[in-house]
Design a protein. Sequence first.
Length: 95
Amino acid sequence: AAPRVVWAFARLGQRDEVLLNAVAEHLGARRRYWSLNDWSLCALLWSYEVLDPEKSFATFQSQLRKSVKSHGLSEVDVQNSRRGPSQFQPSRPSF
């Protein structure tokens, strides 16, 4: 649920420091982001890039970026995640 909430805030252009901090702490503390589905992972990274241009959450963004790459996802996937989960199609080949 957290990725959708942060994504919705990003789509609206509404930064909420408390929300961003809570999600980064909750998901980053135990690397819980590794278990997220492809859209959630990409949408979180896209959302933090939109809502945190001053890079207050640079460490969390770096962790997300590494996870995106390890899942075989690309920057195109991150950018496409802004459209929402129903429109998301990863660019990597499916097996």
